[in-house]
Design a protein around this ligand. Structure first.
Ligand code: PBG
Length: 327
């Protein structure tokens, strides 16, 4: 087949024809909305690096989660900033910790909202690393997974439906699954940040959560952005260890990784992609400067993430998407 018989433009000639032949459609049911909860604010505080996103005190969290849910977004993922940080992130384990309280407030406000918690130490440690640090500034993987497992159990006991470890320690999914099962939380799911890269796209998030590492960087535990094959190993390990959903993060610069994950022959779990803070803020700031059309750009990026193979998209744009898809 070739021109002049073949004319692909035939299927693009009208809005109705393009609508009919659309291969990838975003649905608001694809989305998870990240919500920041903080013990250091007493009213919603705008996060200056992320226009439109706020740090909420616990008391306001349930209303924000419910607002998202009423827009059709199935669930929220919670990130917490405690008032006290220390070397081992002990605030992350407290029964009345920031996330534990936020989870139970949301669940008692509206138990239908899917509540996911980020499981990591970086928001709770004074050095900002995702694990405990040994004398020589090396992350202690095995000591860390024990703390992560306890944190996950504590989130589950507060009522979380799903825990999402974002630390990239080796063996943490198995440790978390085992701890959840032993504490009668076998029904709580794990969404593993399986292929999480050491990325500059997290910049705005670290301002929001006050989690910038105080020394060094996260390159010894997060993945090298140059690597693709290694992502498949990380994903396979996490599925083996009991992950119910695997995630690729960031999304936009890693569409090939999402597509490769989706093409793994034996992968029988959903693939999530995290459209991270830097991806969001680039769109917002460019739109504020008037150099792009925010709605078109955001929808194009999110559609490309789904087209690459993501079943689930975690995005700060989610409430906007709900409105855009509705009109
Ligand atoms: C915590 C965590 C981070 C993000 C999600 N969980 C930050 C990091 O690893 O530095 C980033 C999310 C975003 O940028 O939107 N480990």
């Amino acid at each position: 087949m070739s021109f002049p018989n073949d004319r692909p433009q035939r299927l693009r000639r009208s809005e109705a024809m393009r609508r009919l032949t659309t291969e990838t459609r975003l649905s608001i049911s694809d989305f998870i909305y990240p919500v920041f909860v903080s013990e250091v604010v007493d009213k919603p505080e705008p996060i200056t690096s992320m226009p439109g996103i706020f740090n909420y005190p616990v008391a306001e969290t349930a209303r924000e989660a419910d607002r998202a849910f009423k827009l059709g977004i199935p669930g929220v993922i919670l990130f917490g900033t405690p008032s006290n940080k220390d070397a081992t992130g002990s605030a992350s384990l407290k029964k009345d910790g920031i996330i534990q309280r936020a989870v139970s407030e949301i669940k008692s406000f509206n138990s239908d909202i899917l509540v996911i918690t980020d499981v990591c130490l970086c928001e709770y440690t004074d050095h900002g690393h995702c694990g405990v640090v040994k004398n020589n500034n090396v992350i202690d993987n095995d000591a860390t997974i024990d703390l992560l497992a306890r944190q996950a159990v504590s989130h589950a006991e507060a009522g979380a439906d799903m825990v999402a470890p974002s630390d990239m320690m080796d063996g943490r999914v198995a440790a978390i699954r085992d701890a959840l099962d032993k504490s009668s939380s076998e029904e709580v799911a794990i969404m593993a940040y399986a292929a999480k890269y050491c990325s500059a796209f997290y910049g705005p998030f670290r301002e929001a959560a006050g989690s910038t590492p105080q020394f060094g960087d996260r390159a010894s535990y997060q993945m090298n952005p140059a690597n693709s094959r290694e992502a498949l190993k990380e994903i396979a390990l996490d599925v083996d260890e009991g992950a119910d959903i695997v995630m690729v993060k960031p999304a936009l610069s890693y569409l090939d990784v999402i597509a490769n994950a989706k093409a793994m022959p034996d992968l029988n779990v959903p693939v999530a992609a995290y459209n991270v803070s830097g991806e969001y803020s680039m769109v917002k700031l460019a739109a504020e400067r008037g150099i792009v059309d925010e709605r078109r750009l955001a929808l194009e990026i999110l559609t490309s993430i789904k087209r690459a193979g993501a079943d689930i998209i975690i995005s700060y744009h989610a409430p906007d998407v709900a409105r855009w898809l509705a009109d």
